[in-house]
Design a protein around this ligand. Structure first.
Ligand code: M6R
Length: 609
């Protein structure tokens, strides 16, 4: 995900910016750039690819100056390229901006600015900010930034410089992290603590809706409305490795906790302000093309495949189009029946999985339209698909996929609703009901995360076993498949996930005294059936952990231990019920002393067949 560094002081800012950006490399990025106020004015240098490319450019043409901003970009709006890299400037080149996050109303702002004569050179939402600030500037950069922020909707962190006030660096935070580092005769901004840790351990952590004015001599904190704030300095005593994980013990835990943000970012601009419609501008299919879809194939590997299983339920229930799921490594060898009326959806966090890419190519060879759901803009899958829905989960570093999976679920919800509204298979009220529930998911995830200790206790019991079972029905079955994969992957405990009604056809023979069974029962219409299956395993001595929806008092009567997730629309339960299963795997792995982030034998991206 993007990284921000800024500096004002007496040293060479270019070097400090580059060193700070290097500390943010672990977040992932595909281009980088810096802007420095030099004796020749505000100058920018940017390069696609690794920081080494930018360093080499700066080696040939250094930017000497003592105030600057730098950025590593992880592409969202527009492909990775020099021109789309930050910092972005206005037409006069007097204002420069680095930005993390998304400006949701950037298209409307851009049209307004174009009408006033502004010329845009990039595909990014960020470029709008530099133009907007320039258009509002009247001799006071703080006021111009405040006025610009009032016009912008979305989530963002900003670093802003202007040649007109070359001693001032302005920082803004709105739902995207930003910290201020305080030194002696020098001050810093950073999207993460590691960026500045080499220079200072004294920081102000900006809260949402706050901004700061940095000069060599000090830092003024204020609200976006201009009211000054006084705050204690926070002394960071983490080492650099802990700082990279934002204080979490592992990347996996950090990524589990990033899910509320990933949900918000993935929904973001795609939910119309009216709350009654989904807007998927990235899907280029015309209504006629959508109406001509006869069937859907969802193809992926591992966790992404499991997201696709939920996707099947979502698309079939909302859009009433028949869906088949395929493991990508099997797809092209089974001579699938693909016609020009088949929509093939490939799902891949990395966008580089060899089997998924091969399936995509096979689908295209057979004349199907291919829609990709991926987390990486500019990946092979994104480049080769006809339409791409990007999941804005940010880079996922732990091998075990968590926030990418749940963002893929959000993408399927958006797609299912979009197809339904185009086909008219659901009325506006039904669509609005799902959208309203979607918007509430991030807070509900936060409520589950707040109960992590309860899950940890269950995980510690489970960690002492070598075998266990997961059961569920309907969409819960898709979720327990993912829960079981996660547990196997990082705890190395053998587990099997079963459609609860299928146990008695063989697997019940494996149930013996004390074996843990995790039963997921969130679906009201299937609850009684699942309870019958729970009783079958209980009668044979299983110790059952039940996960159910809050408000259902019946589960506690039939299982040994319960965990409730907040109630939501029946189709959306996977986006909540998977969270305790992720935490369960994490804590079980921890209890077993495993390397949580790098499980044995596995790679993050599988680029071989
Ligand atoms: O990058 P992709 O989504 O294509 O990766 C697919 C699988 O390799 C991946 O989901 C894998 O199963 C995860 N490590 C599971 O946590």
């Amino acid at each position: 995900m993007c990284g921000i560094v800024g500096y004002v002081g007496k040293r060479n800012s270019q070097n400090i910016l580059i060193e700070g950006l290097k500390k943010l490399e672990y977040r992932g990025y595909d281009s980088a750039g810096v802007a420095v106020y030099t004796t020749n004015g505000l100058k920018v240098s940017k390069a696609k690819g690794r920081l080494a490319n930018l360093e080499s450019k700066l080696g040939d043409a250094p930017l000497d100056g003592t105030i600057g901003i730098g950025h590593t970009r992880w592409a969202t709006h527009g492909k990775p390229s020099d021109v789309n890299s930050h910092p972005h400037t206005d037409n006069s080149q007097k204002f420069s901006v680095v930005h993390n996050g998304i400006i949701e109303n950037y298209i409307a702002l851009k049209e307004e600015l174009i009408a006033k004569g502004h010329v845009f050179v990039s595909e990014t939402d960020t470029e709008v900010i530099s133009h907007l600030i320039a258009s509002l500037y009247d001799g006071d950069i703080v006021k111009a930034v405040q006025a610009a922020v009032q016009r912008m909707t979305g989530a963002f962190a900003l670093g802003v410089l202007t040649e007109y006030e070359p001693d001032k660096l302005v920082a803004v935070r709105l739902q995207s992290p930003l910290i201020i580092g305080v030194g002696e005769g020098e001050n810093f901004i950073g999207s993460d603590i590691p960026a500045i840790l080499e220079y200072t351990r004294n920081v102000y952590i900006l809260n949402d809706g706050e901004m700061a004015l940095l000069t060599r001599d000090g830092v003024e904190l204020m609200t976006l409305e201009g009211n000054f704030i006084s705050r204690e300095l926070f002394h960071v005593d983490w080492d650099i490795v802990t700082a990279e994980k934002a204080g979490f013990d592992h990347f996996m835990l950090k990524e589990i906790h990033e899910q509320p943000k990933a949900y918000r970012d993935t929904m973001g601009v795609r939910l119309d302000a009216s709350g009654r419609k989904v807007v998927l501008t990235e899907v280029g299919m015309t209504p006629e093309q959508i109406r001509s879809i006869r069937n859907v194939h969802i193809v992926a590997c591992g966790t992404a495949y499991h997201a696709g299983l939920v996707g099947k339920t979502v698309i079939e229930k909302l859009a009433r189009i028949p869906v088949e799921n395929d493991v990508a490594s099997e797809y092209r060898y089974r001579s699938p029946i693909i016609t020009p009326e088949t929509l093939v959806i490939v799902v891949s966090q990395s966008g580089e999985t060899a089997d998924t890419l091969a399936a995509l190519r096979e689908a295209k060879r057979c004349g199907a339209r291919v829609l990709a759901i991926t987390n990486v803009v500019g990946s092979s899958v994104a480049r080769e698909a006809d339409d791409v829905i990007v999941t804005w989960a940010g880079p996922e570093i732990a091998v075990a996929s968590t926030k990418a999976y749940t963002s893929q679920l959000i993408a399927f919800y958006l797609l299912g609703l979009y197809l339904a509204q185009t086909l008219g298979t659901q009325d506006e009220a039904a669509i609005a009901e799902v959208i309203a529930e979607l918007k509430e998911l991030p807070e509900k995830v936060e409520a589950i995360l707040a109960q992590s200790e309860t899950i940890k206790e269950i995980a510690e019991q489970i960690a002492t076993h070598d075998n266990l079972f997961f059961i569920g029905r309907g969409v819960d079955y898709a979720v327990v498949l993912e829960g079981s994969l996660k547990l196997k992957e990082i705890s190395y405990i053998h587990s099997e996930a079963y459609a609860a009604g299928e146990l008695k056809h063989g697997t019940l023979a494996l149930i013996e005294e004390g074996i843990p069974v995790i039963a997921l029962a969130t679906q009201h219409d299937l609850f009684e059936k699942t309870v019958s299956n729970i009783k079958e395993v209980k009668a044979r001595g299983a110790h059952v952990f039940g996960i159910h929806e809050a408000g259902n008092e019946e589960m506690a009567k039939v299982v040994d231990q319960v965990f409730a997730v907040p109630a939501t629309h029946p189709l959306l339960t996977p986006a909540l019920s998977v969270i305790p299963l992720q935490l369960l795997s994490y804590y079980a792995s921890l209890a077993r002393g495993n390397d949580v982030d790098k499980p044995r034998n596995l790679a993050k991206s599988v680029t071989v067949e």
